[in-house]
Design a protein around this ligand. Structure first.
Ligand code: GDP
Length: 445
């Protein structure tokens, strides 16, 4: 796993300590790292070049004195520029048209057009209280028409029937006529996709565009598509006046560089991001969060992987079962947890994976202290009898002194540990069975 950009820049900065300004020579070296990070995130090469040129201009001669190191300042500049590039434009769907407002969905097969059509229908019904009709112009795949019918019903919208023997243009005319007569606010038009760009497909969708005069022409693109996304985006934006982008499958494990490429090539704003296969898995695109993801700042995914790899699954399951059955969390479990933390390679390796600023706040001295603290806690629990570990409330003052002496610590430390344990126990009681896994999943997303 590649290390986060912030780490790499910090390394360069170590070599140029004392410089208060970003200069031509150090910016070139830093830009090499930024370029690598963007390429690793699957941003297309021409887009990377453009972007680097802009950042370089912005960065040169910038004051970086103050609390930030030049490396962090540079990460800040890159991050802001990424977010600004991806974030311009209006966020929500434009419906400013004589009803029905038509939304035309364009994109390759498998990009997520049908799913996104239903997600948008649900969004417009629930958030904007609109009456929504959907129709499929995909006359090549009967299954695609059926799929739209199914997901439209799930979204609570109405579906306009079409069949493979019709022409897409006729379907479009009939659907818009029906929508007008039945007072629909919005007509969502799903279209045929191909596995690759082809002329006939482009002409067909252009014809649909002329007939439908959509207020929104959305380009649906798979975030996992990587470098290819640029060619697809170029072809679609040359054929159609795109008004927005929907980036799907952002829940996958790509770094999402496609967003930057597609935004730059089409000039259209990224309006939504697909975050799951389910119909409520559509979010307004968050450019800042996405910028962080492209740069791999604070590689949380790697952190979670490390945590789950380090955890002894058998004992984690035993613990989960215990919490679930209400048997209670005792000091033996607490000790298990402490030992697992040690197994994970210590705190310092975990801290390295946290986002730049958070990680930077903990100095080496802090970490050594924290690691020593873990060892002392282990010592304290080991000095207790098994009975005391299962029922810590029986530990009286004299025993506390004995335990402290056994572990070579002050009695206050024993008290502190018992208090901490109590808090942890309270937390565990609140957590039902899968709570811990849920927490990790959240961190991963
Ligand atoms: P179409 O050919 O462009 O209409 O694509 P589909 O809507 O049929 O989607 C293709 C596949 O991608 C399906 O299995 C969808 O469930 C899946 N999919 C679409 N959007 C998302 C998303 O945001 N996240 C995930 N995980 N899967 C998605």
């Amino acid at each position: 796993m590649a290390s986060a950009l912030s780490d790499r820049l910090s390394r360069i900065v170590k070599e140029m300590r004392g410089q208060a300004r970003i200069t031509e020579s150090n910016v070139t070296e830093m830009m090499r790292e930024v370029r690598m990070a963007l390429l690793e995130a699957d941003v297309a090469l021409p887009v990377v070049r453009d972007f680097i040129a802009r950042v370089k201009e912005k960065a040169l001669g910038q004051e970086v004195v103050g609390s930030l190191t030049p490396g962090q300042a540079m990460v800040g500049i890159v991050n802001r520029e990424l977010a600004a590039t991806m974030g311009q434009g209006v966020a929500d769907i434009n419906l400013a048209a004589q009803p029905p407002a038509v939304i035309l969905m364009a994109g390759l097969q498998g990009a997520g057009k049908t799913t996104t059509t239903a997600k948008l229908a649900k969004h417009l019904i629930e958030k904007r209280k609109k009456k929504v009709l959907t129709v499929s112009g995909d006359v090549y795949r009967p299954a695609a028409i059926e799929q739209l019918k199914t997901v439209t019903a799930q979204a609570g919208a109405e579906w306009f029937p079409s069949t493979p023997d019709q022409k897409p243009a006729d379907i479009a005319r009939a659907a818009i006529d029906y929508a007008r007569k039945h007072y629909f606010d919005v007509l969502l038009v799903d279209t045929a996709g191909r596995l690759a760009i082809d002329e006939a497909l482009m002409r067909e969708i252009q014809e649909l565009h002329t007939i439908l005069k959509p207020v929104e022409t959305l380009f649906v693109v798979d975030a996992m598509q990587g470098q290819d996304a640029v060619n697809t985006a170029k072809a679609f934006s040359e054929a159609l006046p795109l008004t927005g982008i929907v980036l799907t499958k952002t829940d996958g494990d790509s770094r999402g560089g496609a967003a930057l490429s597609v935004r730059q090539v089409t000039g259209a704003p990224i309006k939504f991001a697909g975050v799951s296969e389910k119909l409520d898995g559509l979010e307004v695109f968050d450019a800042e969060r996405h910028a962080g993801r492209i740069l791999g700042m604070g590689d949380i995914v790697a952190l979670v992987e490390q945590v789950t790899a380090g955890v002894d699954m058998a004992s984690a399951q035993k613990l989960a079962a215990k919490v679930k059955s209400g048997a209670g969390f005792d000091l033996n479990d607490f000790l298990d947890q402490i030992r697992q933390m040690k197994q994970m390679g210590g705190l310092s390796s975990l801290m390295d994976k946290l986002p730049g600023n958070m990680g930077a706040k903990a100095t080496d001295a802090d970490l050594t202290r924290a690691e020593k603290d873990i060892k002392r806690k282990e010592g304290i629990i080991c000095s207790m009898t098994l009975k005391e570990r299962t029922k810590p409330e029986i530990i009286k003052a004299t025993r506390k002194r004995r335990i402290a002496a056994g572990a070579g610590v002050h009695v206050q430390e024993v008290n502190r540990l018992l208090k901490e344990f109590e808090q942890m126990q309270g937390m565990m009681k609140k957590m039902k069975g899968g709570g811990m896994m849920k927490m990790m999943k959240k961190m991963g997303g």
